[in-house]
Write a protein that binds this ligand. Structure first.
Ligand code: NI
Length: 171
């Protein structure tokens, strides 16, 4: 496994829609997932989308395990989402602070639906459907935004909700 360089805001790779995966269970795909997992853990991320390593493909990894960047967050087992699609959003929404490894040291308070139902494939190409809520739902929405070339700051309601971690009074 290799720790890869994270692509930062400003890079064109973060602004385009990623391609769907057609060939499952390949050595390349397993290697990419292993490297993305290693990279996410190395930088203390709770999720990572392939465009963030400069790969325009619909692959997401996520995991929360006593994360120092999100100390309040519940633990989430390592999960891999390929070609994910959100098929239902709750009407109920909530605001919460988000960070992103492509925008280091910054946070934004973003409003998102509290519950989502999504479907995604695993590395073998098997499709499953899940309903998740809270921070788990937020991570998946944030990472799927990456696959569509969207960064969280595009969803800000106010610039008062955006800034450096060490400067925001409310964070
Ligand atoms: Ni991000």
């Amino acid at each position: 496994m290799t720790v890869l360089k994270i692509v930062k805001m400003g890079a064109p790779e973060l602004t385009v829609k990623a391609s769907s995966i057609q060939n499952f269970d390949s050595d390349d795909l397993h290697q990419t997932i292993a490297d993305m997992t290693e990279t996410m853990r190395h930088f203390h991320g709770v999720g990572l989308a392939a465009p963030q390593i400069g790969l325009s493909q619909q692959i997401i990894v996520l995991e929360v395990h006593q994360n120092e960047r999100y100390p309040q967050a519940e633990n989430i087992e390592l999960d891999v989402l390929i070609n994910p699609q959100i098929i239902d959003f709750s009407d109920q929404k909530e605001f919460a602070w988000e960070g992103c490894l492509s925008l280091p040291n910054l946070r934004g308070r973003i409003e998102r639906p509290t519950h989502i139902t999504y479907q995604a494939c695993n590395a073998a190409g098997k499709t499953s459907k899940k309903t998740v809520s809270g921070f788990h739902a937020r991570i998946i929405q944030h990472e799927i935004d990456h696959l569509n070339g969207i960064l969280y700051l595009q969803r800000l309601h106010s610039l008062k909700d955006f800034g450096f971690e060490d400067s925001l009074p409310a964070f």
